[in-house]
Design a protein around this ligand. Structure first.
Ligand SMILES: Nc1ncnc2c1ncn2[C@@H]1O[C@H](COP(=O)(O)OP(=O)(O)OP(=O)(O)O)[C@@H](O)[C@H]1O
Length: 347
């Protein structure tokens, strides 16, 4: 990883017409080459709008976006050559095979990967001759990421790439993303999955109601905002657990089986609490970190469940209200410019 910033946002806001509150509200951040960064937030937090401004699909209402040192809105042609985007919903030609689609896509770029290279990267050798319509959800999603990778982008932008995938398909896709990074790429993705942000990214940007609440490594965020762990254990009924009680908050004790109690509590001193539990011969000790869920709760005062951004309060039908957005938002390139140029492509 180098320190050269690939992306910079300075006080960026986006106010959609007829909305009460900005969808993105004064966001500043900087990303270095070689990083994997997650924008983590619930529905309506402003993640997609942020990504769209970064790739030049939307113009910020105020603030500055610099992507690869360029203004992504006014220098969009160059951005399109060097940045690949996988939007949340992409339409591809269902009647083509994986190989045909990738070959077709590669033909749009002067120095693209071969389809075999991308098929290898995706681990889709067994499905190379299968039509897109016949792929599983996970395979299809991986092909979409593959389309984004074909052009050898410097920056890969993925909008909720694994939403709706089962854990295995999710892991496969994470592997593809990590491999792309290992080859020198930089990744910015949006997600509302804590686990995805935690496992995949070097740093996590937590968004809530258009604002960037925090931006750092998972470890730092947890240490800073959610250091308490939740511990439960079975202790002998006669055990004196004064030391545990001293270290604990929210201690709950319940009878458990013959002659024992099940206790659960939170603590910021997990090592000392574990020593105290060992001293009183506790069994079945379970420890759970609050993780990014706890960080989100601390920062926003609420759990990260799907929720409305007040920005949506006036006009909920966002697509019909979407004249500003460029027509050709699609996987890494202007797909609609070439709809029938490839074999098998059709309505
Ligand atoms: N084109 C639009 N016109 C008006 N409002 C919009 C438009 N696009 C998004 N919004 C509103 O802006 C807010 C932020 O939406 P955005 O899609 O950026 O959030 P998100 O975090 O990506 O959500 P999700 O996870 O549901 O995709 C929401 O309240 C949304 O309804």
């Amino acid at each position: 990883m180098t320190d050269q910033p690939i992306l910079g946002l300075e006080e960026v806001s986006k106010q959609y017409p007829d909305r009460n509150a900005p969808a993105v509200d004064g966001v500043s951040l900087e990303i270095s080459r070689g990083e994997i960064i997650s924008l983590l937030g619930p529905n309506g937090a402003g993640k997609t709008t942020t990504l769209e401004m970064i790739v030049g699909l939307r113009r910020p209402t105020s603030g500055t976006v610099s992507t690869l040192g360029l203004n992504p809105f006014s220098e969009r042609d160059e951005i399109r050559r060097r940045v690949a985007v996988q939007p949340q919903h992409a339409t591809v030609f269902d009647r083509q095979t994986v190989r045909e689609l990738l070959r077709c896509w590669a033909s749009f770029y002067p120095d693209a990967h071969t389809e075999d290279h991308v098929i290898g990267q995706l681990g889709l050798q067994d499905s190379a001759e299968v039509k897109i319509a016949k792929l599983s959800g996970g395979q299809r999603q991986r092909v979409l990421v593959g389309l984004a990778l074909v052009s050898k982008p410097e920056l890969l932008v993925l909008d909720e790439p694994t939403t709706g995938l089962d854990p295995n398909a999710r892991q496969d896709l994470w592997g593809t993303i990590q491999q792309y990074r290992a080859e020198g790429g930089t990744v910015l993705l949006s997600t509302h999955l804590m686990e995805e942000a935690e496992e995949l990214s070097d740093r996590v940007a937590i968004m809530h109601q258009g604002k960037l609440e925090a931006f750092d490594t998972t470890e730092y965020l947890i240490t800073e905002f959610a250091p308490a762990v939740e511990i439960s254990a079975t202790v002998p009924a006669e055990a004196e657990h004064a030391e545990v009680t001293r270290l604990a908050t929210d201690l709950v004790t319940e009878p458990h089986g013959s002659g024992g109690n099940r206790i659960s509590f939170r603590t910021q001193s997990s090592d000392a609490a574990l020593r105290a539990l060992t001293d009183i011969r506790a069994r079945q000790i379970h420890i759970r970190e609050a993780g990014l869920a706890g960080v989100f709760r601390t920062l926003t005062g609420r759990d990260m469940a799907p929720q409305e951004n007040p920005a949506a309060a006036v006009a909920p039908d966002k697509d019909s209200n979407d004249r500003e957005r460029l027509e050709h938002c699609n996987v890494g390139h202007d797909q609609r410019a070439h709809p029938t140029a490839c074999p098998g492509a059709g309505p």
